[in-house]
Design a protein around this ligand. Sequence first.
Ligand SMILES: Cc1ncc(COP(=O)(O)O)c(C=O)c1O
Length: 378
Amino acid sequence: MPSQNDKPGQFIPPVPFSDLTAQHAALAAEIREALTRVMESGWFVLGPEVEAFEQEFASMVQTAHAVGVASGTDALTLALLSLGVGRGDDVITSPMTATFTALAISRTGARPVFADVDPVTLNLSPRSVSERMSSSTKALLPVHLYGNPSEMSALLELADKEGIPVVEDACQAHGATLRGRPVGAWGRVGCFSFYPTKNLGALGDGGLVTTDDQELAARIRRLRNGGQSNRYVHEEVGLNSRLDELQAAVLRAKLPHLSAWNERRRTLAALYREALAESPLDWVDALPDTAPAAHLLVARAPDRDRLQEALSEAGVQTLIHYPVPTHLQPAYRDLGQGEGACPEAERAAREVISLPLYPELSEAQVERVARAVVSFYR
Ligand SMILES: Cc1ncc(COP(=O)(O)O)c(C=O)c1O
């Protein structure tokens, strides 16, 4: 059966990088019921399912408001627009992320400015951020990469000193906590993606914004719906970025399982670490006092490219997150932050490898991956 990462008819390795068919098979009855409920209701965009999901998600993140939108990229774009970020402004973010983070900044008309990452967590280094802040900096946009919370206290302190907001890119970190507080509740706005392979994934695209600020929430609600305050009254130039009822209903069926799925991911990550304790893999680590979402399991690996090839031959699918840091993407050539601008991110891009990690992965599969890694380095 084809999986998310395979074209129809392609061979599926014994250890695929992800396996959404397994997740959906386990929840088939709930998901079918959700889809049927929406189909029979005749209401497909911004309706009762979206409203209920927003409340349920806000309660998980412990924020007063949540607003469902069309994607994680749109969540970031709308968050920045709602804060008045636009042309002439700079937003400082991490180069070690899905490039979509920076695309959202660019879409507002603002300029992404990349600070370097911490070599242990690969999340934004507060020291590098402070060096790159200027009078044009209008917001900080840390990414909770791989599901590991960023150093929010230090970043908030820097932002507060300048009176600018922090927008969290929590697109990989649903359910993660830092010192007991969920990500998405630390900054002025938190942004989530429901791309199918995320810890909480839709059957297509989806996203959501969290905030405690009622005015911002109201503005984001307006902006996601073309800037309309009332039907046919467009108060400002907004986007069409609405979450649909089918996706919200599916996400509602999955949300109650998120916490157990994250726990299972953490258990499997611990198993990998134990099995590979003697190997030269150097794990990307979370800060102390965090419950990571364990979205991806990432290590620096000597001779990374040859290891990836050997694993592929052994039936283990791996990916690189990310092979090209955002400041070196062709789309950002004109920004002037070339090679050497973020040395730690550049080094990480050459060294990291992501091993398969998802709740449905078996212990036997983890052992198979571990054996293949050990055999490569022997
Ligand atoms: C860290 C990060 N930010 C932003 C995004 C963009 O989310 P989406 O694909 O839902 O637009 C993603 C996912 O691709 C992501 O991993």
